[in-house]
Design a protein around this ligand. Sequence first.
Ligand code: UDP
Length: 462
Amino acid sequence: MDHGGHVLVVAFPGQGHINPALQFAKRLLGMGLKVTFVTAFSALNRMTETAAAAPPGLSFVGFSDGYDNGWKTSDTEHFMVEQKRRGSAAMEELVASAAAQGQPFVHVVYCILLPWVGRVAQKLGLPATFLWLQPASLLDIYFYYFNGYGDEIMKNSDDPSWSIQLPGLPPLTADDLPPFLFPSDPSNFAIALFKEHIDVITDSQQTNPNSKVLVNTFDELEFDALRSVKKLNMIAAGPLIPTAFLDGKDPSDTSFGCDLFQKTKDYTDWLNSKPTASVIYVSFGSYLVLKDHEMEAIARGLLETRRPFLWVVRSGGTDDDQGYELSCKAELEEQGLVIPWCSQVEVLSNPSVGCFFTHCGWNSCIESLALGVPVVGFPLWTDQATNAKLVQDVWKAGIKVRRNREGMVEDGEVKRCLEMAMEGEEMRRNARKWKDLAKEAAMEGGSSYLNIKNFVDELRGI
Ligand code: UDP
């Protein structure tokens, strides 16, 4: 079968990257392209069943970044250097071997944290497009930080009364901005990666002024933010969640590509036995480890609501995660269900779920919006505080848990937020509105569908 062009999609080996990138790969496949999906073995090893069941035209290739069993937070800087070095060599080999087999790549799509992929593509003369996996608003913030606003942001990081008005965005306080922007943040090195991403985009626009940045968002959600920085030429391609939850055309497309999903299904009957909108779903994504006092505050808040909950508590999910024994485990288990992992999109689409208590990773936010579930935001890192701000103040489909100046969550705060999300009519109405708009954007003829179609037509030279 002629797939009309072979595209290389490269994703960072984290679940929050693989999930939307794989969805994008499937969108390209659905529009008749052949796709090779590349990531490091640490992620691919968790996807063997998905890879084995891949539809014709989609294949998976792994490479060793030297951390095939995952990496520790303390190794991150070395890991990133190695990933770039080994990944660049692997990519050059793959491009050469695809050409030698008569299946040359015509385009590369690469995701966040991988600016080196864009550089390798430039070196090989291959057109490449960046797929940004956070809201458009965040790429705007990074762009403005490097273009005129950096000094003002840095010098006000400690002033709680300060806020900044960036074009196309709501006023943002220091607490609403990614902590990477402040020199005191221990993960400040990440900022260099975002700078490199913006440089790669700007450089590729010199050879192709038409080149775009694809974003996992949709027009109706971020109309102004998508258009705030003309130079970035951001185009919405989201929400990148399995199509069964959007246009429903392919009811079998329900999972993202993590074999763990298949093994932890025993919560479905429990959810089905609960009344509509009665369950609090709690999860903090695929990577972060909460501090003990945060786990206790959440546990107490859940108990105080007396409502059923489904809480994903990963243990040993990362090398840093030694697991934490909650002091009120027995009480919790009487009121709710604690599980090690779930298919989040399936859980969020279950009618019994009434709100999502989340760290506000962007996938979790956009999945919750696209499935019409109000959000309680408990942001911890990177883009999460900004995402929580947008959900609460711009999209009005959730509420953010407040911390005091010492960063602690005071007694009663978790319960207050959970009650507001479970009972708040306006939040529920808005969440339903975003669900409808997300579906419209993704379905045939919708804004994101057409953006992807135009992208595919352009790369085929139509
Ligand atoms: N996820 C899941 N089951 C879980 C926890 C997470 O399916 O028990 C998925 C979730 O649907 C999302 C991704 O893992 O697609 C997490 O991405 P997010 O950006 O929310 O957070 P990260 O893991 O990157 O911090």
